[in-house]
Design a protein around this ligand. Structure first.
Ligand code: ADP
Ligand code: ZN
Length: 620
């Protein structure tokens, strides 16, 4: 009996999704759901949560409802499912009343195995009329953390889910899935969704294919350009903290000839949809956006995520950065940090109106928590050790030492004694009384004669010009390092001013020395590590890859679907290595299932045959 279920699962995995093996955690969650036991799956973005309910949905009798917070998410997932040969539909406010009624009628007639629905819809009359008479065997709740007000994206409509389930004639098995859940959020999810003795499974949060880097560039736009030069032809997202930031960066990039587009809450629905589609369909490779963009975008070939500003907490950072490299191929996650970002984030936290329905004490608590999260985020920017270690430790995971795949590890080298330089900077900070920004402090110790320095009288500071020969980058690094050690603190309500912190005294009076690991001089953005997806391919393989990519784009345009719906970068790269010349060989390529083969297999085979000649000449 067990044997056959296992076979069936694998067969579905192969046939519909084209994969050979389950990833960590998937099989356990699938088995549990099939056995009728609720689950809570906590897995990082890109780990493959969707399959955990899609596969049982295909194996169970009846319908699976998938509750999902965002329209774009549903559209994407339903599109991908239909592309793979699964009957699925979504019900949300993007449908006209006519379309909605039609979809409901089809649903009632049993046409769909999976139905994606927005939480607000659940307890509406129309929907209930359908649901009460349908055979709903499973309910999967995506982004389940939205039910908790301690999470970062609380959505009150999620609280309607248990009410809806109680009204169903038979209780379906429940699966809840999320990428971010601290212990508190996890407990909330179980309690508020009323999961019944669920199997709780947390897989590792590590994303080994992502390269993490932090920089503190003097000129962020220039640094961004250099970074983009290392990513020609790649898809990527640039996150800015503010709408204004998005506008500026996007305009500059377009002026400089990049195919960029933008997304933030201040744009019309129409423009947002258009821009998002331009990005997804590879008409515009670079998306410049606020954090309003991304939830539910599962474009799998995003090769980089650049944070132009530091986000408000590590949860957001890891989720946004995690949109890179979902196909498992190498991708870059670079974060720019400036003290001004701390100030902007503090203002956001203080002016946050999301929690207005909370009582004052609870609101105070939430705000304090947010400030603490911000401090941990700042800590990330200051880490001189392994960045991955820091991130995973934040989520309560231990690592076996440094990862050798982040800028912290690459900086390598021994910690050097920078006490004298530190004292010069701290002297300037003390002299300024914390009234100026980091730039003025750096200019002071370097002995610059700028208008500001003269106006502020910093040329009379005892440490003026002491570090005249030292590279500006190094001074910036040391200032950042001093902030990380509590020797300098960011003050100021609107501007990031830097003053002496609690630990400054001990350094100034010689009680403490400062050791820092400084990266080799002049760390430049172009040194980022991740290779392009095809970067591992060379010569003939690389040129075949480009051919296949072009063919994919042609097919995608003709069918009006995003290119990665056809095949992922990873699948194309795999084809270049396997070089299939027959159907059987093609079906061994990861990501090529029977259904996709029927649709596209021959075209890709032809292209490979043309490029690589007859099979007998091929060496295996
Ligand atoms: P999540 O929802 O956890 O962020 P997805 O369900 O969108 O992740 O999956 C991310 C990517 O991984 C998708 O492209 C998906 O097709 C792929 N994937 C999922 N499971 C497997 C598997 N067992 N083998 C190979 N690829 C997989
Ligand atoms: Zn590392």
């Amino acid at each position: 009996m067990r044997e056959t279920v296992t076979d069936q699962k694998r067969q579905i995995l192969r046939q519909y999704f084209g994969y050979d093996a389950f990833r960590t955690g998937q099989e356990e969650l699938i088995d549990s759901l099939l056995a009728g036991r609720d689950v809570l799956g906590i897995m990082p973005t890109g780990a493959g949560k969707s399959l955990c309910y899609q596969i049982p949905a295909l194996m169970m009798e009846g319908i699976t409802l998938v509750i999902s917070p965002l329209i774009s998410l549903m559209k994407d997932q339903v599109g991908a499912l239909n592309e793979a040969g699964v009957h699925a539909a979504y019900l949300n406010s993007s449908l006209t009343p006519g379309q909605y009624q039609k979809a409901l009628a089809y649903a009632a007639a049993g046409r769909y195995k999976l139905i994606y629905v927005a939480p607000e819809r659940l307890v509406t009359e129309d929907f209930l009329r359908f649901a009460l008479h349908a055979r709903i065997s499973m309910v999967a709740v995506d982004e389940a953390h939205c039910v908790s007000q301690w999470g970062q994206d609380f959505r009150p409509s999620y609280l309607k889910i248990p009410e809806f389930i109680r009204r169903l004639p038979a209780r379906p098995v429940l699966g809840a899935f999320t990428a971010t859940a601290t212990a508190q959020v996890r407990d909330d999810v179980i309690r508020l969704l009323a999961l019944n003795h669920p199997k709780v499974l947390t897989t590792g949060f590590d994303r080994p294919n992502l390269y993490f880097a932090v920089q503190n560039p003097a000129d962020p736009y220039r640094a961004a350009r250099e970074f983009l030069d290392g990513h020609k032809g790649d898809s990527g997202i640039i996150y800015c903290l503010t709408r204004k930031g998005v506008e500026e960066v996007c305009e500059n990039l377009i002026r400089d000839g990049f195919l960029a587009t933008r997304y933030h809450a201040g744009l019309s629905d129409e423009e947002r949809r258009r821009n998002q589609d331009d990005f997804i369909y590879d008409r515009r490779r670079i998306m410049v956006a606020t954090n309003a963009f991304g939830m539910g975008i599962d474009k799998s070939d995003v090769r980089f995520v650049l944070h132009y500003n530091m986000p408000k907490n590590i949860e957001s950072y890891y989720q946004e950065a995690g949109r890179a490299g979902r196909d498992g191929e190498p991708a870059d996650c670079l974060l720019f940090y400036r003290p001004q970002d701390v100030v902007t984030n503090r203002l956001f936290i203080e002016n946050n109106r999301d929690n207005e329905e909370l009582d004052p004490a609870a609101r105070e608590e939430v705000m304090e928590r947010d400030q603490e999260r911000l401090r941990r985020m700042v800590g990330y920017c200051y880490t001189e050790g392994c960045l991955r270690e820091y991130l995973l430790a934040y989520f309560g995971e231990k690592t076996d030492g440094p990862c050798h795949n982040c800028s912290g590890c690459d900086a390598g080298g021994e910690a050097v004694d920078v006490t004298e330089e530190a004292r010069a900077i701290l002297t300037a900070a003390a002299y300024s009384g914390g009234r100026y920004g980091a730039g003025v402090l750096a200019d002071t110790v370097r002995g610059a004669r700028t208008e500001k320095i003269l106006r502020f009288g910093m040329d009379r500071c005892p440490s003026y010009g002491i570090l005249a020969g030292v590279a500006p980058d190094r001074i910036r690094r040391i200032i950042t390092g001093l902030q990380g050690r509590g020797c300098l603190v960011v003050t100021g309500d609107r501007y990031a001013l830097v003053g002496p912190g609690p630990k400054a005294g001990a350094v100034l009076n010689g009680e403490e020395r400062i050791l820092m690991k400084l990266p080799q001089e002049e760390v430049k953005a172009k040194k980022t590590k991740a290779k392009k997806a095809a970067g591992a391919l060379e010569g003939a393989d690389a040129s075949l890859f480009e051919r296949l990519r072009a063919l994919r784009l042609e097919i995608a345009r003709a069918e009006g679907v995003p290119p990665y719906f056809v095949f992922s970068d990873k699948t194309l790269a795999h084809m270049c290595i396997v070089r299939p010349h027959s159907k059987e060989e093609m079906l061994t390529v990861s990501g090529v299932g029977a259904y996709k083969y029927e649709k596209y297999g021959e075209k890709f085979l032809d292209c490979i045959r043309r490029e690589t000649g007859a099979p007998e000449r091929r060496k295996r």
